[in-house]
Design a binder for this molecule. Structure first.
Ligand SMILES: *[C@@H]1O[C@H](CO)[C@@H](O)[C@H](O)[C@H]1NC(C)=O
Length: 220
């Protein structure tokens, strides 16, 4: 009887013990190559922490998101980012912000944030937005037309875009779930890498003529 009670108590304990979940920390930058000696130069995964006694309100402050970025460029948009690189107080907090300006018919071209989900709200204009799910999900396009005040979420890592349907400028603000979300613009990354990816690789991947690939590589 005593032993039964003991076993019952033990199994109850096992059930109520908190689960130990071990995992690697999430990367806060593109890469952080390990070195064996600090003499080789040390960077942490993220940023160093400022001495708390030297911290002031200014460390949590950024000014200027009222100003429009210049959209006079190839894609007709401009992203003004507020992340740990220009607002140090965001370090370790897992959040950041962007303002996106779109010229008439401008677009924020297909891109992905390797470290962040993004939630966007339209401040001005009308945007066609969308993201594509992964191969496993069949590369489905999820798209919506957004007007002022409308909100849309782009899940972490998925390729997404915004396109200004209007003949006037548009503006959106977006929050991202990383202090340093990173951005990979598909066209620039694939056709504008340095050095170039062998054109034969891209010709096969995109099922297109190798000269067309070289033409694209010349543009980025
Ligand atoms: C975005 O706008 C800023 C401010 O006008 C400008 O300095 C920057 O060159 C623009 N970036 C692009 C990619 O056009």
């Amino acid at each position: 009887m005593k032993i039964l009670f003991f076993i019952a108590a033990l199994s109850l304990l096992a059930l109520t013990l908190p689960l130990a979940i071990a995992s690697d920390p999430s990367p806060l930058q593109d890469f952080c190559v390990g070195v064996n000696s600090p003499a080789a130069g040390v960077f942490v995964n993220g940023k160093f922490c400022k001495d708390p006694r030297a911290v002031s309100g200014d460390d949590f402050f950024f000014s200027g998101l009222n100003r429009a970025g210049n959209t006079n460029n190839g894609v007709g948009s401009n992203v003004t980012a507020v992340n740990v690189n220009n607002l140090g107080g965001l370090n370790t907090l897992g959040i950041s912000l962007v303002r996106i300006d779109y010229g008439p018919n401008g677009q924020n071209p297909p891109h992905t944030h390797p470290r962040a989900t993004e939630v966007l709200v339209v401040q001005q204009g009308t945007l066609l937005v969308g993201f594509i799910s992964s191969n496993q999900d069949g590369n489905r396009l999820f798209a919506k037309t957004l007007n002022v005040g409308d909100v849309f979420v782009f899940p972490v890592g998925l390729i997404h875009f915004q396109f200004n349907l209007g003949q006037t400028p548009a503006v959106a603000i977006a929050a991202l779930s990383s202090q340093n979300p990173g951005v990979i613009t598909v066209a620039n990354s694939i056709f504008g890498s340095s050095p170039d990816i062998d054109a034969n690789v891209l010709a096969r991947a995109f099922q297109m003529d190798v000269n067309a690939v070289r033409n694209l590589q010349g543009r980025f």
